[in-house]
Write a protein that binds this ligand. Structure first.
Ligand SMILES: Cc1cc2nc3c(=O)[nH]c(=O)nc-3n(C[C@H](O)[C@H](O)[C@H](O)COP(=O)(O)O)c2cc1C
Length: 417
């Protein structure tokens, strides 16, 4: 498997640890004939962006849904599909192709291909490769809810799991066929995170406990209304997933979001800033790293009406009270904690972020531009990082990729304290 290699050399009694350049990791991405094949393009892009070499193999039916040229353009490699292919057999034949990757991911995996794998059939390139490899195999099912719940599909997957095949998903929700139920392919970022985690990134945070707050808060006005903001929680959830993939025990304190809980993470749901503060203080007492990514409301209603507020005059005045500053309170309670804040700014980003870094005695602050379609409830993000004595940029990328780079920085700064 790829990754940075460490070489220890002893010179004159001193041991010098040399890190060699990481070799790119290799993924064989199998794509089968399902509607979700279009999402495989985003999955390929995520792996390529993270430095993987990606070789796509499509079944004949997959090419009915998406053109191979899409994947060729994204991966820079010719897409393979034919089993009997004299030109490729002379160069990288099917057996070499089966040996080449660090892992095989089939996304989407059709009910048909899952059945073929369970039976050990080898009647096209993808199924032959899967039979001729000893590399980790991930299947990502995607199909109509009745195909999914069919006993044949369930038995086939149970058999594959017993043989060590790793099944990712499916999720549930609205389906391309117009039905609602289980069988939806996991989102590309979720697949990418799970494969990266399963292939064992360096577990440099093993033994450490990290707490992450994410999402918006809701400050009630009456039993049916609240003040909130546009935060989706995606960046905070991605940070939690990235910390977990590096071996940390992670507690995610989440305001209301629509997001699934990342694998292996303990999630505590809260609504208001005051609830988030209470849980944060308790969790921080057990943690070494705290990342405050939640978009906490600065103000709440001074008094919450016990009954629904009735419509009355043309104008209405709300009296608001300042909410507690969660990061400042966590810092006061835990002076030794490695504390990371987020700053969402619409102007003077660096100046405001540095001000918060100092005022709240943070170890690191991640600032992003918000407003006008930036950051909140979008898929991509970019961050400016500031810490005492340093700064760096994380260029625009998926929130999962931005989270990985942020966690790299957290680890470097945590270690250098
Ligand atoms: C429009 C359309 C959409 C389909 N979507 C799916 C799907 O999401 N999942 C699935 O398992 N099969 C789906 N099928 C059926 C498969 O394409 C079919 O079983 C095919 O034989 C799969 O071949 P493969 O596994 O070799 O790619 C769909 C078929 C059509 C016509």
């Amino acid at each position: 498997m790829g990754g940075a290699a460490a070489l220890a050399v002893s010179i004159a009694g001193l041991t010098i640890h040399v890190m060699t350049a990481p070799s790119p990791r290799k993924l064989l991405l199998g794509i089968t004939g399902g509607i979700a094949a279009y999402k495989a393009a985003e999955l390929a892009r995520l792996f390529v962006k993270a430095g993987w070499q990606v070789q796509v193999v499509m079944t004949a039916h997959a090419t009915e849904f998406v053109a191979p040229l899409t994947f060729q353009a994204l991966t820079g490699r010719e897409v393979r599909g034919a089993l009997f292919d004299p030109q490729h057999e002379a160069a990288m034949g099917h057996i070499e192709l089966a040996r080449w990757p660090d892992a095989i991911v089939i996304a989407p995996a059709s009910a048909n291909t899952i059945a073929k794998l369970a039976q050990g059939r080898a009647d096209d390139l993808l199924s032959t490769l899967c039979l001729a490899t000893d590399k980790p195999l991930f299947v990502v099912p995607a199909m109509n809810r009745l195909m999914w719940s069919n006993a044949a599909t369930q038995d086939n997957l149970a058999l594959l799991r017993r043989r060590g095949v790793q099944q990712l998903g499916p999720g549930s929700g609205s389906q391309a066929c117009g039905e609602i139920g289980e069988g939806r392919m996991w989102e590309p970022e979720q697949i990418f995170d799970s494969v990266s985690a399963a292939l064992g990134q360096t577990k440099d945070l093993a033994g450490l406990h990290a707490v992450v707050t994410a999402g918006p808060t809701r400050e009630p006005l009456d039993p049916v209304r609240f003040i909130s903001n546009r935060s989706s929680g995606k960046q905070g959830y991605a940070v939690a997933a990235a910390l977990a993939s590096r071996g940390a025990k992670v507690t995610l304190i989440s305001g209301p979001t629509q997001l699934p809980t990342p694998a292996g993470i303990t999630r505590i749901d809260v609504e208001s800033a005051e609830q988030m503060l209470g849980i944060s203080l308790a969790a921080a007492a057990e943690a070494q790293i705290f990342v405050g990514a939640a978009a906490v409301a600065d103000y709440r209603a001074s008094s919450v009406a016990p009954e629904k507020i009735k419509k009355s005059g043309e104008a209405m005045t709300l009296t608001l009270s300042k909410n507690p500053d969660i990061l400042a309170r966590v810092r006061a309670a835990q002076p030794a904690l490695f504390l990371v804040g987020f700053a969402a700014e619409t102007e003077k980003l660096a100046e405001h972020a540095r001000g918060k870094l100092e005022k709240k005695q943070l170890n690191l602050i991640a600032a992003n531009w918000v407003g006008a379609g930036k950051a909140f409830d979008t898929e991509d993000n970019a961050l400016s990082l500031f810490w005492p004595g340093g700064e760096a940029e994380i260029a625009s990328a998926s929130k999962a990729e931005v989270a990985r780079q942020l966690v790299d920085r957290i680890i470097a700064l945590y270690r250098s304290r």
